[in-house]
Design a protein around this ligand. Structure first.
Ligand code: FE2
Ligand code: FE2
Length: 302
């Protein structure tokens, strides 16, 4: 099916999922969650984080990567608006989603600034470098984009949620929980839209799922020193192969998209489906093996 045809057929679904989203999204205010009383002025001597270390390395890395990923919003907007367009329900969704995502960087940065939980000079330099580089995944079709954002929003929700569990303070945990709840609603929008796309055009959506699952990488590849941060994050179980398999691939692909039961595909789509099932099986086996051997594992395998 043509890209424009798929978008047009999906538009009514996008409209009703947008309505559902607006009915379930709760208004919240970043400034009310930030523990301002813990902040103090910075001086010229504050080149580096001089606060007592309140966090371990995994929590620092996770916050650093999570915030920088949120900071890359202009580039995510560019790709998503480019794929889905800015007309009708698609445009309303993309703009609303952008406004919601903007809050995540605001609250995380304010929290890190008052608590000095990470080195703020390094953080700002990394933000400049990442946003100036502008590297984000560029899914090659509407179907690929829907699948990618479905997986990515869920991955982000889990990552924020698990990061919150590493934090020692109620304010930090509350912030991560709040942000994770937003990501969950984003995930539900895309997940159910992908299910609609799958019903409309399984011949192109199944291969898109196979491509996106096989090449899925957590956002953050443009972040300086990302590989080291990803290893540290995996070692704390914030995001690793097991999380990726058990909490993302299995529930989304099988419980919601029912890929194990899709029938009647033409041969190339059916071959993609079989490759996909075998791939998920392999990821599961690998995750179990790594866990048994207690080897920290990074769920990035492009
Ligand atoms: Fe976000
Ligand atoms: Fe999101």
């Amino acid at each position: 099916m043509e890209e424009q045809g798929l978008l047009a057929e999906l538009a009514p679904h996008a409209a009703s999922l947008l309505e559902r989203h607006l009915a379930s999204a709760k208004e919240w205010f970043p400034h009310k969650l930030v523990p301002w009383g813990r902040g103090r002025d910075f001086t010229d001597d504050d080149e580096h984080d001089e606060a007592p270390p309140i966090l371990d390395d995994a929590a620092r890395s996770a916050l650093f990567v999570n915030l920088l990923t949120e900071d890359n919003l202009p580039h995510y907007f560019r790709t998503i608006a480019g794929r889905f367009g800015t007309d009708d329900a698609w445009g309303v969704w993309v703009r609303r989603w952008t406004a919601e995502e903007g809050r995540h960087a605001i609250v995380l940065r304010d929290y890190l600034s008052v608590t000095r939980a990470v080195d703020l000079v390094a953080l700002e330099r990394a933000r400049m470098s990442q946003v100036a580089t502008g590297v984000v995944p560029e899914p090659p079709s509407v179907a690929d984009a829907l699948v990618y954002v479905s997986l990515q929003e869920l991955a982000t929700r889990i990552s924020h949620h698990n990061t919150g569990r590493l934090l020692p303070d109620d304010a930090g945990r509350g912030i991560m929980k709040r942000v994770a709840a937003d990501e969950n609603l984003h995930h539900l929008f895309y997940r159910d839209l992908t299910a609609a796309a799958l019903a409309i055009d399984p011949e192109s959506v199944v291969p898109a799922i196979e491509r996106q699952v096989r090449h899925f990488a957590m956002p953050g590849t443009g972040i300086p020193d990302f590989a080291r941060h990803a290893r540290t994050i995996a070692s704390a179980g914030v995001y690793d192969f097991q999380v990726h398999h058990d909490q993302i691939l299995v529930p989304v692909l099988f419980r919601h998209w029912r890929l194990d039961r899709v029938q009647g595909l033409r041969s190339s789509a059916e071959r993609a489906r079989e490759r996909l099932l075998a791939h998920v099986e392999r990821v599961g086996r690998l995750a179990r093996r790594l866990v048994e051997r207690r080897i920290p594992n990074v769920a990035t395998y492009t």
